[in-house]
Design a protein around this ligand. Structure first.
Ligand code: NCD
Length: 316
């Protein structure tokens, strides 16, 4: 029933890990977005597509949306979820390493969603695990499923991704969502504007890669950019990842979106944020036609339903 035909392409998702967004081609990402569109109607009703399947969420870092939306997605498809959201209560506290944790949990679950403070953690886990690993955030490195739900939101709200002018604003050094999103967007025909304080500019490895395929402009001020873009994706300054509190103090509050800054915006500009926000978007923006960050949360569940169904082979 859920076979979506993309002409001339045969894609395989069953059993695959999602460690980096770079592990996927544009065709594959487009396919996930198509499946998300197809499953969206059942997100409200529920289904038993994944009956008997178990997701384990191993979260070694704080999370609200990512973990809960993975669990909600699993429940909505008739499966169940187990796991921990606090490394403090897991055996890691007793000195168990990640490879062992994964080799234990694979006996209980059909798929593992992992969040870990170390870059490379999801890749390492995928090398040890017999069941697919989905990276729910690997330190400051990547957060691939967030990027796919960000793309889904753009597609849903704008009807397309190609042809748009998109700004990524805020902490582009320590923010993992913007790394995955930049890689993902570089597969589309878009123009990207990166806005960050000098000390938080986009990591070089990401910048070098994306510059190979899309035009990228780099700015420290948001002022001019805001009148030019179709999508503004703003992020929290990742306080917890700064080596020095004094360095954080220097950049805290660098960008603020409020009704005043939005006066110059295009009428149909949409504002996205992976959340949680701190002070970068004033509450007064929430009721404007630009705000889409709470819709993004809903889309997160839908996209994770699509991903779980594909990886567990319920949708081909
Ligand atoms: C983000 C994360 O954990 O990287 N949150 C999320 O998953 N939606 C963003 C953040 O913490 O700033």
């Amino acid at each position: 029933m859920f076979r979506v035909v993309v002409l001339g392409v045969s894609l395989k998702f069953e059993g695959r890990d999602i460690v980096s967004v770079k592990d996927f081609s544009r065709k594959e990402i487009d396919y996930i977005l198509k499946i998300a569109q197809a499953v969206e109607p059942i997100a409200a009703k529920g289904s038993d597509m994944l009956k008997g399947k178990i997701l384990a969420t191993l979260f070694f870092e704080p999370s609200t949306r990512t973990r809960l939306s993975f669990e909600a997605a699993m429940h909505k498809l008739g499966g169940s979820a187990i796991g921990f959201a606090e490394a403090e209560i897991a055996s890691v506290k007793k000195g168990e390493n990640l490879a062992d944790t994964v080799r234990v949990v694979e006996n209980y679950a059909d798929v593992i969603a992992l969040r870990h403070p170390l870059e490379g953690a999801a890749r390492l886990a995928s090398e040890f695990s017999k069941v697919p690993i989905i990276n729910g955030g690997s330190g400051a490195e990547e957060h691939p499923t967030q990027a796919i739900l960000d793309l889904y939101t753009i597609l849903k709200e704008k009807g397309k991704i190609d042809g748009l002018k998109i700004a990524l604003v805020g902490d582009l050094r320590y923010g993992r969502t913007v790394h995955s999103l930049a890689y993902a967007l570089s597969m589309y025909n878009i123009e990207l504007c990166l806005v960050a304080p000098e000390s938080l500019k986009m990591r070089r490895e990401v910048l070098e890669t994306i510059k190979e395929t899309i035009p990228v402009t780099i700015r420290t001020s948001l002022e001019k950019v805001i009148s030019q873009v179709d999508v503004l994706y703003i992020t929290r300054i990742q306080k917890e990842r700064f080596p020095e509190p004094a360095e954080y103090a220097k950049v805290k509050g660098s960008y603020k979106i409020n009704l005043e800054t939005l006066k110059k915006a295009k009428k149909n500009l949409i504002i996205l944020h992976p959340l949680p926000r701190t002070d970068e978007i004033s509450a007064e923006v929430d009721n404007t036609s630009h705000a889409r960050y709470f819709q993004q949360v809903w889309n997160g569940t839908v996209v994770r339903m699509a991903i779980l169904a594909l990886i567990l082979g319920a949708i081909k």
